[in-house]
Design a binder for this molecule. Structure first.
Ligand code: GTP
Ligand code: MG
Length: 463
């Protein structure tokens, strides 16, 4: 206890001196968090030497001296597998880093020379940057903190989505005649929970994002534990709360309530308390192109998932969650990742589309007076832009190598500048394929605008 108080005080002093920055890299699964972190470490390691960070003034002015990984604070959290990620990217053929299965941490010491020289003109300074990585699926649990079992059940509607209903068909059949007041049967509940988890898995494969609880998709060490054996009961939406609450302890309803509460108290809350508090800056990574590729229903689903997710971050004092999160994030970036999937003249549209997708949370952030920058980036480039001549006209195209090793030259399509209407999907849609990452150049991962993101997120601390 005393030790942790000492740590807290130490942290405060460090932050007071402007020497420590905690950056939350937030994004749903496959949004590009691990690629972003890997590239961030790689660029900062090579800053001042081989890295191309012209849009970061400290680098451009030759003041950024590089970065080094240092011992992290929480010794019981694994270290971010940077070397493994690089080994995959350096492989023959180059591979993308593996999807993340657990939490890992990273602390970087960034060394720089201040812009204004003081009395001791050659003094260098250090900024320590704390980062952590986690499976995107787990982030989806954040909105659960705003719900109790009943309101969560009520929020799980399937009525408006025939596609979702089809994906969850087995589970929906299993709960059709389930009486919440009936005596709970352990093995039956376990079977139904397994069907629910299977439905979530199908929905994820089909490209949906708004999937809860996240641990059902990636249980980690909780595989098979009863705490993961619950599911919503959409049928209770019309029921009276007091009637439900007076059901016996052994009823299905009360059993599910207990498990949900346990999940919230023992899994979700500690996860956020230990890892999502005390951030100074945040970058929200969004795979806009992936959602565009997947079709209209998934696109709306992503917008909803991000909306509820960002609402849960208490930037002000309005939320119940402000007790869990300190409202310290004073600057935020939102980024459309994998921008190298489209030709450069589409990047502007990608940003306005991202802003449209996040319109609701952006309004809240504006209200809370939090400065936000929207941008598109590629943490690790996989394509090269190239112009091709067709019918005497110069057209932009992309050259890359598909994951199967096929060289490919294509124009992936126009990105709509606003939320697309039905005609967009009918007329054109959008199609991109995954490409192999490009090899490192002089040890540095090729990127697009990672320096812009770094400048916004930590440039002022390097002055
Ligand atoms: N072309 C391109 N593809 C990228 C880029 N960043 C990520 N990707 C692709 O997106 C996939 C997911 O990226 P990750 O960084 O693993 O995503 P994540 O957010 O860590 O995902 P989880 O660990 O599952 O939560 C990668 O395997 C790549 O195929 C990029 O800058 N350019
Ligand atoms: Mg990851």
């Amino acid at each position: 206890m005393r030790q942790s108080l000492a740590n807290e005080i130490n942290d405060l002093i460090e932050r007071g001196r402007d020497r420590q920055l905690r950056l939350a890299v937030t994004g749903l699964s496959r949004s590009g968090k691990t690629a972003f972190l890997t590239s961030l470490v790689n660029q900062l390691r090579h800053a001042g030497l081989e890295a191309r960070l012209d849009l970061l003034p400290a680098a451009r002015e030759g003041r950024l001296l590089g970065a080094k990984r240092i011992a992290q604070k929480d010794l019981d959290v694994p270290r971010f597998p940077y070397d493994e990620a690089l080994a995959a990217l350096d492989g023959t053929p180059p591979r993308w880093p593996e999807p993340t299965r657990g939490i890992s941490e990273l602390r970087l010491a960034i060394r720089y020379r201040p812009a204004r020289r003081g009395l001791f003109s050659n003094n260098t300074r250090e900024l320590s940057l704390d980062l952590f990585d986690y499976p995107g699926e787990w982030l989806l649990d954040l909105p659960l903190l705003q719900h109790d079992y009943l309101s969560w059940s009520q929020s799980q509607t399937f009525a408006h989505s025939p596609e979702r209903r089809a994906l969850f068909a087995d589970w929906l059949t299993a709960i059709e005649n389930l009486d919440p007041a009936a005596e709970a049967d352990e093995s039956r509940l376990a079977d139904i929970a397994a069907l629910y988890a299977k439905g979530l898995g199908h929905a994820r494969e089909a490209g949906f994002s708004n999937l809860q609880p996240g641990r059902f998709l990636l249980p980690g060490d909780l595989e098979g534990a009863p705490v993961l054996q619950f599911f919503p009961l959409p049928a209770v939406a019309q029921s009276d709360r007091t009637v439900l609450e007076s059901l016996p302890e052994s009823s299905i309803y009360q059993t599910l309530v207990r498990r949900y509460d346990h999940y919230l108290q023992r899994i979700v809350k500690p996860f956020y308390r230990n890892h999502f508090r005390h951030f100074d800056r945040q970058i929200v990574l969004v795979d806009v192109l992936g959602a565009l590729n997947a079709g209209p229903e998934r696109f709306e689903d992503l917008s909803r998932a991000l909306g509820t997710l960002m609402q849960s971050f208490a930037y002000g004092q309005r939320h119940l969650l402000s007790r869990l999160f300190s409202p310290r994030i004073d600057r935020l970036a939102i980024a459309a990742t994998k921008a190298d999937h489209v030709t450069p003249e589409q990047h502007g549209n990608l940003v306005t589309l991202l802003e449209a997708l996040l319109a609701e949370p952006l309004r809240d952030l504006h209200f809370a007076d939090i400065p936000v920058k929207a941008l598109s980036l590629a943490s690790i480039r996989a394509t090269q832009p190239q112009s091709v001549t067709q019918d005497g006209r110069q057209l932009p195209a992309l050259r890359g190598t598909t994951l199967d090793g096929e060289p490919s030259l294509l124009f992936p399509g126009d990105v709509p500048p606003q939320l697309p209407d039905a005609t967009f999907w009918q007329r054109q849609g959008f199609a991109f394929r995954a490409f192999r990452p490009l090899p490192r150049n002089n040890g540095v991962l090729p990127h697009i605008r990672l320096d812009t993101a770094l400048d916004w997120l930590l440039g002022d601390k390097l002055q």
